[in-house]
Design a protein around this ligand. Structure first.
Ligand SMILES: *Cc1c(COP(=O)(O)O)cnc(C)c1O
Length: 359
């Protein structure tokens, strides 16, 4: 695919950009350009472009605005010590975008177009990848139904974009433990629903629960399964892993959670270290009793934006586990450090997870 590149004639000045890169605030400032590829039922994927970042012209009847036919991905570009630019397991994001597309009746973007779209954006906006510790350029590929039509059916015109924003540590950094709130009022996904797709509606559905978490002084919300309200699922935008005293790591197994690439990677690193890794249903009672008996010694959340975050405390309407200032566990910290060291090129990439973007 040959991209047409239209340069931004009024890019941000070097000094101003550097000020942004020195103190990035998640998802607030965007690079000078964006990628845009069109899809139509007749023409397939066409008109690939890199163009100045800016508003998207959209018909008020565009079906995404009415029926939420939309999907996205989240990934990062990392600057290594020698200045080279890399990303982490992008093929997994490409394949997941295809799975999300399938579920949301959107067209599947070929994996090679996805990878190329990232490289094209980095080719023009590579200077936006920050270099300070634990900073990166967050890349947000997304796809939505843009056909102007109020009937209910899959859109025949779709747009794919990639935008990017320099970011620092998500929760303030230094692996500070977070508090999470267990929602017993809301669920995020049910059997046969869209829980395994990375789609905006899942996030819209989580916002009220997230607000409830904030009212209880918590950073994030943890959802239970919708059928019984008994088994752990995941956080609004992160997966969860519990660490047992004997070194076993357990993560919920469910059709209705989003299969995180961070989780998959961290669990692979844990296996390399000799940990037993289990994916199975795990109930809120098992966590409570395991915490009380000392069998469950650590818990962490994981996702691209925040990497690996120790869970200091779980608050529920009935009981509390841990404390907001509980020290992060050793296993959590070791896995977090190893993942980050691989991503920043400080440790051998023995799984061949890193893909270079600037060559
Ligand atoms: C994106 C996402 C995750 C984390 O996935 P990663 O690939 O690790 O970034 C977890 N849960 C939900 C609901 C998500 O949308």
């Amino acid at each position: 695919m040959v991209f047409r590149v239209e340069s931004n004639q009024t890019p941000m000045g070097t000094e101003q950009r550097q000020a942004v890169l020195d103190k990035p605030v998640f998802g607030t400032v965007f690079t000078d350009h964006m990628v845009d590829i069109c899809w139509s039922e007749k023409g397939g994927w066409h008109r690939p472009r890199v163009q100045p970042y800016g508003p998207i012209p959209l018909d008020p009847a565009a079906s995404v605005l009415h029926y939420g036919q939309e999907i996205f991905e989240g990934m990062k570009a990392y600057r290594h010590e020698d200045g080279s630019l890399w990303t982490f397991r992008p093929e997994e994001n490409a394949k997941r975008l295809q799975r999300s597309a399938k579920r949301m009746a959107l067209p599947e973007l070929p994996v090679e177009y996805f990878l190329q779209s990232l490289k094209e954006l980095i080719a023009v906006d590579g200077d936006w990848v920050p270099s300070a510790p634990e900073t990166s350029l967050y890349m947000r590929p997304f796809m939505f139904a843009k056909e102007a039509f109020l009937g209910v059916r899959p859109a025949k015109k779709v747009a794919y974009y990639v935008i990017a924003s320099p970011v620092g540590p998500y929760f303030g950094g230094d692996a500070a433990p977070v508090s999470i709130w267990l929602s017993t009022t809301y669920t995020r996904a049910g059997r046969g629903g869209t829980g395994a797709a990375k789609t905006g509606g899942n996030y819209a559905a989580s916002l009220l629960a997230q607000a409830e978490a904030a009212e209880h002084g918590c950073h994030q919300v943890l959802f239970l399964d919708s059928a019984e309200g008994y088994y752990l699922e995941e956080l609004g935008g992160m997966n969860i892993v519990l660490v047992f005293k004997d070194g076993t790591l357990v993560t919920p197994k469910s059709e209705t959670i989003l299969a995180g690439i961070t989780r998959d990677s961290v669990l692979a690193l844990a296996k390399d270290r000799g940990h037993t890794v289990e994916s199975r249903p795990i109930s809120i009672d098992e966590w409570k009793q395991g915490f009380e008996s000392g069998d469950i010694v650590e818990a962490f959340a994981c996702g691209t934006a925040a990497t690996v975050v120790p869970i200091g405390q779980l608050k529920t309407p009935d009981f509390t586990i841990g404390a907001p200032d509980a020290a992060a566990g050793d296993v959590t910290l070791a896995l977090r450090a190893e993942l980050i060291d691989i991503q920043y090129g400080r440790l051998e990439d023995r799984h061949q997870w890193m893909v270079r973007l600037d060559s």
